[in-house]
Design a protein around this ligand. Sequence first.
Ligand code: FAD
Ligand code: NAP
Length: 541
Amino acid sequence: MAHEHHGAVIVGAGFAGLYLLHRLRGLGIPAICLEAADDVGGTWYWNRYPGARCDVESMQYSFSFSEELQQEWHWSERFAAQPEILAYARHVAERYDLRRDIRFETRVTDAAWDDAARVWNIATNRGEKLAARYFFMATGCLSAARLPDIPGIADFKGRQFHTGYWPHHKVDFTGRRVAVIGTGSSAIQSIPVIAEQAAQLTVFQRTPNFSIPSRNRPMDDEYEQGWKRDYASLRQKARMMRTGILYGLSDTPAMSVSAEERKAEYEKRWAVGGTAFMGSFRDLLLDQAANDTAADFVRSKIRETVKDPATAERLCPRNHPIGTKRICVDTQYYETYNRPNVTLIDLHEAPITRITTSGIEAGGVAHEFDDIVFATGFDAMTGALLGVDIKGRAGESLNAKWEAGPRTLVGIMTAGFPNMFMITGPGSPSVLSNMIVSIEQHVDWIMDCLAHMQAKGQVTIEADRGAEDSWVEEVNTVANRTLYPRAASWYMGANVPGKPRLFMPYVGGVGNYRVLCDEVAADGYRGFHFGGVERPAAAAE
Ligand code: FAD
Ligand code: NAP
């Protein structure tokens, strides 16, 4: 079959793919976007589990590239729920007429660089063959959901769900005996909602997590108008923050104030709700003693909230510093364990041995269920990238190149794979940030780079291996200055058996990273090689 030719192929129609498509049109590069789902939205298309919601405030978890768009959209709650975020993604697709260039229900399976033609050849599960000069992996950091390797999983005769592949119809748990496996963010959001419906809910916990109440509420009109009046400058400030989120980050080290002052600060932030709790003191992720004070505070809140002392102790995290696994944000999570229909099973006391036709065997006890909900997470950051068989220059496979862990230059490109760009790839702040801020920053940077190439008549760009080695080292050095590597987290690949363990995101901060990327560009795209002059440079000037 002959290849269809396009200027660019984008894989994924989440927020990254949508914004890329819009910007590529602006540059006059004809692009096609290929998406496995039957609609736009990415994360917010797939994760429809009960209670799914954002933990970045709605006024900030939204695109900033268009003043009209940010003025006209109204968020109904402080933290938007999944249906509203999906509606927003659809609105963006329609407002910018993006759907005409998106091919749904199409999974990209293979991509190979043809060095002679200087194009990517791309194949899909529908047998299509496409060729494009530029290839964008906008496949998401948390889009490859994982079922655990528990024996017997296929034998269960009841209903099984994964939070990351939730059905599109309403799932009713009324009167049912439900198991939830996992206690990460997805579980912590869904457990309180499922518990309200189910006859009986049993939670299987391997590692307890720290969770902060969201204090979610309907959008306050004055608050919304405050943001809208000043959106441009507030967005600019957010872009320079450590996490890309505008909230109070203290400059004070935790141990420089008295225990009473620390407690007062934690109480204040606990009452406000949300991830800003981690901004209470500037060194919470740098200094173990400082971190212990915040962790102790949250453990004291768990003990205050959960009436059964044994359950409270099981829910208290002890094996990682607070914040080194993604902090959770909840609505009535700990309170849910006071319900008579909810039971917590600690897998360290009673490990799961197998799943049977009618339930789960743990610690020698057979528990019977009608439904099992797997809230067991994702092959994060690299899962979707390596889910495509990508071959670069001289047939080098990305899977082989990344066998010992991902290697990138600033998380955007990887050496040996010319003209292939990753949005929020490993080695960039990505999952440690408000991801829409990071998506916009990557797409804007790449578009500037492509405009630069157009002006010079260049057709290829590739990361230098030496520059990439230095960046990988920098990512590790910065991570090792923090407490993050002390947790067996998905940031480290620790949740996937056999996955190399190294800290994947760049922890140096969204604002610092933006400055660094801008310096690279200002320095003639330091560390990148350009090639293949298409027309005389003089003609392009
Ligand atoms: P995605 O939204 O993941 O989209 C990637 C798309 O690529 C998917 O639609 C997928 O189907 C498609 N795809 C992948 N591989 C292929 C292939 N081979 N062929 C074709 N299509 C493919 N971030 C925050 O900043 N704040 C939050 O509060 C927050 N909450 C989250 C809650 C949940 C439940 C999850 C899972 C993630 C959350 N995130 C949050 C992270 C979230 O993933 C990002 O904010 C953002 O939505 C990512 O957009 P994206 O376009 O990069 O990727
Ligand atoms: P996760 O954080 O990886 O949590 C998965 C849970 O399943 C963990 O508790 C894990 O235990 C457990 N688990 C995995 N395999 C298991 C096994 N074999 N047996 C028993 N337990 C097992 O995944 P997630 O909750 O889907 O969240 C992933 C990320 O998505 C979050 O960190 C966040 O970035 C994003 N997210 C955000 C929100 C939000 O609030 N906006 C909501 C959902 C998701 P261990 O910890 O022991 O591995």
